[in-house]
Design a protein around this ligand. Structure first.
Ligand SMILES: Cc1cc2nc3c(=O)[nH]c(=O)nc-3n(C[C@H](O)[C@H](O)[C@H](O)COP(=O)(O)OP(=O)(O)OC[C@H]3O[C@@H](n4cnc5c(N)ncnc54)[C@H](O)[C@@H]3O)c2cc1C
Length: 394
């Protein structure tokens, strides 16, 4: 089989994994990234890793290392703060396809994940990294753009892009918190917006706190002492915030997706350059990793595709990914509008959902499975590509 020559634009988590995954199939990858390796490590974020993502990392031979750098959690507390309702998801709520797992999810810091990926990339003979794009587009079989939400490549290629900003913003920081059971993550729905606590290690949590723009602005102007007091009032009684570690970053939030490039079907947007949605439920990077997996499989199986699929390659990739992406946009939108609002009439329905999740394990297991196994099911045997039919839902 002729090995392909591929350009990947952008070396964030999506582009880095894409380069490694393609290199694993012995494609020649030219990776373009203007930032230096040390600049790429600088973001202060924590990513939630789902069971589906774990399996993709296993396929790529990265999981052992990533697991060592990540923190596993064995329970997730979902709280409706307004109605004082809660439900606890534990490892016995995992579907049988994950029954060898003791943790229900993991959290990895951006810096540790990127350190690992950069190290692998720098030692890979099939990846050539460039800070400036001095290449000729005509030399490549595919050009894949993973240059993030503000993608300049998307603008250059003139892909149609539909974007709507949320009127919520978010601050994110690491904090030392006392009083929570070890290995427990939290998703707390408040009327201003959700608040997530992702455990990182030894009582250190990534705090991801959503609220209105004006409230976020006032939080950013507070002293750390005042911010900790405010956080204490928002957390379940037993959890006491002790101190903030490192910087506080703030983000705007958007739901967005791009249509494929109809002028050149071998130019493809991947990851956050192609879609974004509200970070509630920690699905962002997980969906980017599924992009990587799908696209790598499709490129690896390119010769096996019929002529029509080859001709409209990016359209086929878009269609294959669309159910997952659209369902995530709708699911996160539902979580935010249904659980984080002051619409009184919805309260009985919210109460019933929590009651059903608490009392009926079938409902709890299947709702959590959509989050962790994803709606998009793979058989996780590389090269056995079952994706053209949308397989069974649960
Ligand atoms: C507040 C918040 C919390 C989040 N929490 C989670 C979570 O818990 N779990 C989760 O899974 N996801 C989470 N996400 C989403 C996650 O951060 C993104 O999905 C992820 O960063 C997307 O990675 P990417 O590589 O596609 O894009 P980026 O990380 O934006 O990387 C893009 C790369 O492209 C490079 N680049 C830019 N322009 C060019 C150019 N012209 N040429 C070449 N390179 C270029 C950039 O330097 C960068 O390195 C969160 C997001 C936010 C905002």
């Amino acid at each position: 089989m002729i090995k392909k020559n591929i350009k990947v634009i952008g070396s964030g988590p999506t582009g880095s994994l894409l380069a490694l995954s393609l290199a694993l199939d012995k494609c020649h990858v030219t990776l373009i990234e203007p930032l230096s390796d040390s600049e790429l490590l600088k973001k202060d974020k924590g990513y939630a890793i789902t069971q589906c993502t774990r399996k993709i990392f296993e396929e790529l031979g990265l999981w052992d290392n990533i697991q060592k750098s990540s923190f596993g959690f064995d329970s997730l507390s979902i709280i409706d703060d307004v109605l004082s309702q809660s439900v606890l998801v534990r490892n016995n709520d995992l579907k049988s396809l994950n029954n060898d797992q003791t943790d229900i999810g993991w959290v990895v810091e951006h810096k540790l994940l990127m350190e690992l990926l950069i190290n692998k990339i720098n030692n890979n003979e099939f990846i050539n990294k460039l800070n400036f794009d001095t290449t000729n587009d005509g030399d490549f079989d595919f050009i894949l753009a993973s240059d993030g939400r503000e993608s300049s490549t998307r603008k250059k290629w003139q892909n149609k892009y539909f974007k709507s900003l949320y009127n919520q913003k978010c601050i994110s920081f690491k904090a030392f918190l006392n009083g929570s059971p070890p290995k427990r993550a939290y998703e707390i729905f408040k009327s201003q917006g959700p608040l997530a606590l992702l455990p990182l290690s030894n009582n250190i949590y990534q705090v991801i706190w959503f609220s209105s723009e004006s409230d976020t602005k006032s939080k950013l102007q507070m002293t750390q002492k005042k911010l900790l007091e405010k956080l204490k009032n928002e957390l379940p009684d037993k959890i006491i915030p002790i101190k903030i570690i490192g910087n506080i970053s703030s983000f705007s939030l958007a739901k967005a997706f791009a249509l494929p490039n109809l002028k050149n079907f071998k130019n493809i947007l991947v990851g956050e350059s192609a879609h974004s949605f509200h970070p509630v439920g920690g699905q962002g990077l997980n969906s980017c990793i599924r992009d990587v997996y799908e696209l790598s499989l499709m490129i690896n199986n390119y010769e096996k595709l019929s002529n029509i699929y080859r001709k409209f390659f990016s359209l086929k990739y878009f269609i294959n990914r669309s159910l997952d992406i659209i369902s995530l946009i709708l699911f996160t939108e539902f979580l935010v509008t249904f659980f984080s609002n002051k619409i009184f009439i919805l309260y009985p329905f919210r109460y019933l959902i929590f009651l059903a999740m608490r009392k009926v394990s079938f409902i709890r297991i299947n709702i959590f499975s959509v989050m962790t196994d994803s709606i998009r099911r793979y058989n996780f045997k590389k090269n056995e590509f079952i994706s053209s039919k949308f397989r069974k839902f649960f």
